[in-house]
Design a binder for this molecule. Sequence first.
Ligand SMILES: Cc1cc2nc3c(=O)[nH]c(=O)nc-3n(C[C@H](O)[C@H](O)[C@H](O)COP(=O)(O)OP(=O)(O)OC[C@H]3O[C@@H](n4cnc5c(N)ncnc54)[C@H](O)[C@@H]3O)c2cc1C
Length: 376
Amino acid sequence: MPIQELISGPNPARDDVQQTAFTYDVVGRYICNNWQEITAAQGSGAYPFDVVVIGAGMFGAYCAEKLYRLGSASALRILLLDAGAFLLQSHIQNLPQQLGGKVGGPSYLRTRDDASGAQNVIWGMPWISNEGFPGLAYCIGGRSLFWGGWSPPLTDADLANWPNDTTAYLKSADGYPKTAEEIGTATNALTNAVNAAIPLDGITEVNEAPLAVQGMPPRSGLFAFDKYSSAPFIMDALRNDVSRNAAYGDLSRRIFLVPRVQVHRLNLTGNTVTSIDLSVEGARQLLQLASGCAVIVANGTIESTRLALESLGVGSLQFGSPRVGNLMAHLRSNITVRIKRTALGLAGPPTEVETTALILRGSTMGRRHVEHGSGH
Ligand SMILES: Cc1cc2nc3c(=O)[nH]c(=O)nc-3n(C[C@H](O)[C@H](O)[C@H](O)COP(=O)(O)OP(=O)(O)OC[C@H]3O[C@@H](n4cnc5c(N)ncnc54)[C@H](O)[C@@H]3O)c2cc1C
């Protein structure tokens, strides 16, 4: 029997936690706030928001977490908005049997949302295209809950046109090396560091700890089981805030995440964004920003570009209305190639399952590209 849509009732939820037919919404409730709570949190005695981050996906949620941690000395207040709602607390591949179901992608590629809207719970198409797309995963963590895990750093050639301070930061110890450690692509930096510090009094060996967290894949070409997504990062920041900064309730808290908020437009006064047009659960709202409030646009490449073009007028005017070029694209085609083992200098059949993964970088017609390959 199909289950019915739920309609919110007149009574407050017990313990402030809603329930569905199957679920106690504890995790969603513990990390998200609603619009009324955000309005109240800016009431008298509270500081206004210093930063609004649009999109709580791979980059927005990561960025908001960093602003929370690094902004503690100045008590930075951060508002994180996302068009989707809480879905999973971790990468789908970290969950038992990957949770199954079809939530990992849309059923088929399409050029626009059809009448039924998002596919497989969260996969929506905010734009119209002449190419089929999986679309965006409208949920906290965004596509980071589903990504494959390849994260090669940009090369010097890639960074040639980037601002000097950004390039210097990415190449510093706080840049790529630190992120690689955080997201698990550099797995044994700590072991190496501790090994370098030996001899320590009484310690004879330093090795990987027998923890039930696998930072390193068992074989080259396989992914680590503890796969990065931005969801645990932002959840940790939000819960840390509740435990440390709630002496005056929400008035003194520093970071809030509001789901089901679709940002439509950034409104300018001169060159400054002073308010944001958005919909909260489908109802239009205007979010007024305090003077000096920074806005971080992180709602996916294409949607962010739409906001930049439409609201900020950024882009080339060569063809009339503002346009941008050189967007990075992820084009995928699978090619199966069979190579004789003898051609690789390998004698006889393998004695165990052999897999590997390679990254190939190259350039053609003045454009750089990256290929990933895995083999067994
Ligand atoms: C199956 C799969 C495998 C992948 N594998 C890899 C890989 O191996 N390596 C790699 O580098 N990349 C990979 N990717 C791509 C990678 O996941 C994305 O590049 C990355 O998640 C983009 O981050 P983002 O923050 O820009 O967007 P997202 O993670 O999509 O987050 C955007 C967020 O913005 C919200 N949003 C959208 N519009 C609005 C709006 N108007 N208002 C408010 N909120 C809005 C969405 O709900 C979403 O939460 C893969 C993607 C998929 C789907």
